[in-house]
Design a protein around this ligand. Structure first.
Ligand code: DGJ
Length: 353
């Protein structure tokens, strides 16, 4: 060992440069290092998703991605949602984008949308539930949103595009998909990459599952009309079965969310059932999406829900939990902090092994 042992300036003043001093300090140093190793084994333990709590981003600010959606590009997930930051300009509507490699720690990327009434819907216009798709042919990122007037009568979608996932999205168009009233929207990308929009249509009392056009800029074809008066629609394809979830319609107030299954997207979708004990009102949340995480050992499906705080929307929380799913059954376990290893797909819920 050379006489000049430590290059690190912090250790230099602790142990000095002298070999004799080093010999005296070495055992103490070794034991402190092992204490550090044990301590770091604890501090490095996987970070938890904590349903209902504030979810700080890399800046320490609560994630603003309400009514959101997630896409995965290579090894990164991007979470888009309504940005309801308290000091946002009241005449604008905002969408924020965050990225993560572990689904737990989220880095703020950009307020990808800051828009002033793009479709002339008047003061108090509504922009909700943004969902972003990547179109590999056009290399554009295409964002769908629910656009409405103050009293939710316009019932349209808005379409915005960007060349970058976290770029500034530009307004393209607004319309009623399939000429139907459309309020809450949901996003579904099937295993073969086909892109669908789910939208709630009140006059017919149900959900439409509709295929997007090749460039994703329009809604091309009705795949199925699901006769169930639900909103907050989400879909997942899991072990050969499609699972559709949605909430009843009670404004911002939570209600018992439901699910149905079908072998094909075309349906039928018989028999909507509870996803959680009805008296819990989905543990105070409302569905927005299901995220499938395909790991090396396991495929986990995450329920993404919003806990709305209508009077203080910026403080609305998230309820994410791994679903118990399979063989035609879907169940949202009671919320508790949990971890996910996105490499293996495995999850551990606090207190449940
Ligand atoms: C329920 C919807 O799911 C929300 O996105 C929002 O539109 C509220 N209704 C408004 O009351």
């Amino acid at each position: 060992m050379s006489d000049k042992v430590w290059c690190d300036p912090y250790f230099k003043h602790l142990v000095g440069y002298d070999k004799g001093v080093m010999n005296a300090w070495f055992p103490i140093l070794l034991s402190s290092l092992s204490i550090c190793a044990v301590a770091s084994a604890f501090t490095d333990s996987p970070k938890q998703i904590k349903p209902g709590e504030l979810w700080p981003d890399n800046r320490g600010k609560h994630v603003q991605a309400h009514g959101g959606g997630i896409i995965k590009l290579r090894d990164t997930w991007y979470w888009f949602g309504e940005d309801r930051t308290q000091d946002n300009a009241p005449d604008k509507r905002y969408v924020a984008c965050y990225s993560s490699k572990d689904l737990v720690t989220w880095r703020f990327r950009n307020q990808v949308l800051k828009t002033t009434d793009p479709a002339n819907l008047g003061p108090g216009f509504v922009l909700e539930r943004p969902k972003v798709y990547y179109n590999a042919k056009t290399r554009k990122y295409v964002m769908y949103v629910h656009l409405d007037d103050q009293s939710y009568r316009a019932a349209r979608v808005g379409v915005f595009t960007s060349n970058r996932v976290d770029g500034d999205y530009e307004f393209k168009t607004s319309f009623r998909p399939l000429d139907k009233e459309s309020r809450d929207i949901g996003q579904f990308i099937d295993d073969d990459g086909s892109a669908y929009l789910i939208f709630e249509s009140r006059p017919t009392g149900g959900f439409y599952i509709a295929k997007l056009s090749e460039d994703y800029l329009s809604v091309e074809k009705e795949v199925c009309f699901v006769h169930a008066p639900l909103e907050g629609g989400g879909l997942v394809h899991y072990e050969g079965l499609y699972y559709l979830i949605g909430s009843r319609m009670s404004g911002w107030a939570p209600n018992p969310n439901l699910y149905a299954t079908s072998k094909t997207l075309e349906g039928p979708w018989p028999d909507f059932k509870d996803i959680a004990p009805p008296k819990t009102n989905t543990y105070g949340s409302q569905s927005t999406m299901m995220v499938k995480v395909t790991g090396k050992k396991k495929t986990t499906v995450i329920f993404m829900g919003d806990i709305w705080h209508p009077q203080t929307q910026w403080d609305s929380r998230y309820l994410w939990m791994p679903l118990e799913i399979g063989d035609g059954k879907l169940w949202l376990p009671s919320p508790a902090p949990w971890t996910i290893d996105v490499r293996t797909g495995e999850t551990v819920v606090d207190g449940r092994g």
